[in-house]
Design a protein. Structure first.
Length: 255
């Protein structure tokens, strides 16, 4: 399969543009009441302006330097779509290392409430470090935050990022490129499968620096006889032109 050659970005920019304390403060200032409402209603929520353009460009510029990553995946070789992505290695870049626990702390209450509503016994500790210890004790020790790169005609098939026995039920994707300027097409797509119904699609519009928080696997939905589980998958529609970079922040590690 042929892949579009993307412009080479020099890996000279640094991602230490904001200390982790600043990132945590920025996360805390988001409208978490609205985020919670949107997640409960749609299974996804937009976190507007999570990163600055400079931070987005610095993260995207890391892609050519393999010393930042533990592995690379070419999607076409595995039937995942077209394009490629790389998993960061530990230690994570400062920006990602700060975002991961800050976002987790805000999402874990939603995750625990969802599990209780769906009759799932698993509960998540308040601190991300404690949850990672649970993953690592079970042999899930490989970091899962990743940087994705797409060119013209690339896309990402609908999927779920599970990686092992221990799965945190929410994750975050951050768009690093600017739609209309850097690329066209390439919308974030979420589908929801309810019992005995056809799949419901949701297209999430994002700008550079915006993030989307969304359900990894399933979420509760109120029915006439109580709550039931719906199954979700996410992907990216075809890039019509240009190139697109995204960071995926997944809170569980992989086997």
């Amino acid at each position: 399969m042929l892949f579009t050659t993307l412009p080479v970005m020099k890996a000279t920019a640094k991602v230490q543009t904001a200390p982790s304390t600043d990132i945590a403060s920025r996360v805390d200032t988001l409208d978490w009441v609205q985020v919670t409402t949107d997640l409960d209603a749609q299974g996804c929520a937009v976190l507007e302006g999570l990163l600055s353009p400079g931070e987005c460009n610095a993260l995207a510029a890391l892609y050519p330097d393999d010393t930042n990553f533990r592995s690379k995946v070419v999607m076409g070789r595995h039937g995942f779509g077209r394009g490629e992505y790389k998993y960061f290695s530990y230690p994570l870049p400062d920006l990602i290392a700060g975002l991961r626990p800050a976002l987790y702390a805000r999402l874990c209450g939603i995750a625990n409430r969802w599990n209780q509503t769906m009759g799932i016994d698993i509960r998540y500790p308040l601190a991300h470090e404690a949850f990672l210890k649970r993953c690592h004790d079970a042999g899930q020790v490989r970091p899962t935050p990743l940087l994705l790169q797409y060119g013209a005609d690339d896309y990402n098939c609908l999927h779920q990022d599970l990686y092992g026995e221990h799965v945190f039920p929410l994750q975050v994707a951050i768009l690093l490129s600017e739609p209309g300027r850097d690329f066209k097409g390439g919308e974030f797509v979420l589908t929801e499968q309810r019992p005995r119904m056809q799949s419901r699609p949701e297209v999430v519009p994002l700008r550079q620096g915006d993030a989307v928080a969304f359900a990894v696997h399933h979420r509760p939905v109120q029915g006439t006889r109580g709550f039931y589980r719906v199954n979700l998958r996410h992907g990216v529609s075809r890039i019509r032109s240009g190139h697109r970079h995204t960071v995926g922040v997944i809170f569980h590690d992989a086997k």
